[in-house]
Design a protein. Structure first.
Length: 252
């Protein structure tokens, strides 16, 4: 099949020179458990401190030029952890969302959740639905929280939806392009992340946004998430601005 120049423009962004702030930053918040263990504390104490850090980062983000932020809170693989840790995390998510709803609204944050909700506790799902409704349309920052999120699971769900749409005639084979897949992902209302940050020194992506981050820049920091500050985020963004993104093109 011949590819027209419009197809090419749709699928690959133009090369970008230096100096741009990232519009969308995605963060793999790792290292809570080690932070707590180093202090002889239970792992949940690390998760609580990590949650406090999120508030500071979210508050600082718009001032640093960030419009979209996605944070990895719980993966589809994290169910392998002890029941105590999993239940503790789920309870913490619910309490934190409830407690922070008013303040997030005041700050102009639109909160969204990505991941498969069907496996989550109905009370937690209710809380998630209600804060999404309450903050919908806020424009200072869109904050997507990934809970029971796995990139492969997200693609599986998108494939299923696409197969149904094809079978039921809502879409034709010719219309199955990259945009048709992006439109069926949990992140459909956000641009792809420009920058992915992972804390705690691990240099893997652990099933986080495999489709969306195909051309993202990556930063890995040894800092454990509970020690990650807005100051370090600002340093990372300054480095990002010095990078040249070519998207397969040629240096400008
Ligand atoms: C990240 O911290 C938070 C979640 C995965 C819920 P970890 O709990 O993975 O912390 P480490 O990697 O064990 O230190
Ligand atoms: C990734 O961290 C998931 C979250 C931060 C929520 P993990 O700690 O689960 O990743 P692995 O197991 O080290 O790859
Ligand atoms: Mg970890």
């Amino acid at each position: 099949m011949a590819l027209s120049t419009t197809d090419i423009a749709e699928t690959s962004p133009e090369p970008q020179g230096e100096g741009r702030a990232p519009l969308h930053v995605a963060i793999i918040m790792d290292g809570n458990g080690r932070w707590a263990t180093q202090r002889g504390w239970p792992r949940l104490a690390g998760h609580r401190k990590g949650a406090e850090q999120i508030k500071k980062i979210v508050q600082a983000a718009p001032g640093l030029g960030i419009r979209y932020m996605t944070i990895y809170a719980f993966s589809t693989e994290n169910w392998k952890r002890s029941t105590q840790e999993v239940l503790g995390l789920m309870k913490m998510f619910r309490l934190m969302i409830k407690r922070e709803a008013a303040e997030l609204s005041r700050q102009g944050v639109e909160l969204r959740f990505i991941g498969d909700r069907t496996r989550l506790d109905p009370l937690l799902r209710e809380t998630m639905d209600s804060i999404e409704a309450r903050t919908r349309g806020n424009t200072k920052l869109t904050l997507a929280v990934a809970i029971n999120y796995g990139g492969r699971d997200e693609l599986r769900r998108a494939a299923l939806e696409l197969a149904r749409d094809l079978a039921e005639g809502r879409i034709t084979e010719d219309e199955v392009d990259e945009a048709a897949i992006s439109a069926r992902l949990d992140t459909r209302c956000m641009p792809d992340p420009d920058l992915v940050i992972r804390s705690s020194g691990e240099t893997r992506t652990s099933n986080f946004l495999p489709w969306q981050a195909a051309y993202s820049e990556y930063e890995f920091t040894p800092t454990l998430w509970p020690d990650f500050t807005p100051g370090e985020l600002a340093e990372i963004l300054a480095r990002f601005k010095g990078r040249e993104r070519r998207f397969g093109g040629v240096a400008s």
